[in-house]
Design a protein around this ligand. Sequence first.
Ligand code: SF4
Length: 336
Amino acid sequence: MTQPLLSVRDLHVNFGTGEGDVQAVRGVSFDIGRGETLAIVGESGSGKSVTASAIMRLNFGADVRVSGSALFEGQDILAMSEEEVRLKRGSDIAMIFQDPLTALNPFYTVGNQIAEAYAIHHHGTSKKELRDLVLDSISKVGIPEPLKRINQYPHEFSGGMRQRIVIAMALINRPKLLIADEPTTALDVTVQAQILELISAMQEEHGSAVILITHDLGVVAEVTKRVLVMYAGRLVEVASVEDVFSSPTHPYTRGLLNSVRSLDSERHSHLEPIPGTPPSLIDLPSGCPFHSRCLYAASLNGRCSTEVPELKAVGNSFSACHLPTAELLSLVKAAQ
Ligand code: SF4
């Protein structure tokens, strides 16, 4: 069997705060192969961005405790020295953040910043080679007049154009893995689709694997093939993008879809928000973390509030729910 590009196993991330421990990620495991795309979806506070930061070893202060493993080409990123991680970051693994302004230095031209992203991993590259590479990368991400634009500063670009520059910086080293954390959330709706198309096109050209972190299920359908749904720090459903949309198995995934279905959908004439709010990650409930919001919990005689459900195969998907598989499948059928 081919070795996955990245294999995450039993990842836990806890933050110490004055009010107690925030259990942000609790036992997340998944693989991603070379050139594959997957999305990690969930509401804010579900642990999706913390999972990405853990893989990149970002924002790990003294109060953060991480356990588990994240094997990248067989090497555990979580066990690497700072220097080893610094060499991987930006070359083999790159990240695109939600707000392009925070990723760009306002005092340097965009050309210099893209050149720096390459030169830091390729010592000895000549000025001419660097300039050619920067011009090429900036043209590929669809920025017109590259000769003029490389000498401009971030504030001279629109939000969408700045995100294109960040994508050019992330991809100039042809990373094997690109992590995009809410890459379109800060952008106008009209620009969002263009940025998603660009990520897809670049991914195809470079053959990079892509992990897309998002709360927006619409974005998932555009870019990825496989979806991991997170709730309260745990994976609750793993499925193909087609199955998540046509036959979601977990009650939370169904709730998430019902709360975002378009108003002109034939089957849903109104949005149905999930009742209640996600649990506090400092004071997590026992059992299934979704039980206080779940319509089916009452039918399981208290099991949902005492026993944590593990992921199990349900049809083509995996779902962390105590409902019997046959019942989950019949719910899927009834909703179709
Ligand atoms: Fe609902 Fe119980 Fe399934 Fe959790 S385990 S999703 S509470 S039915």
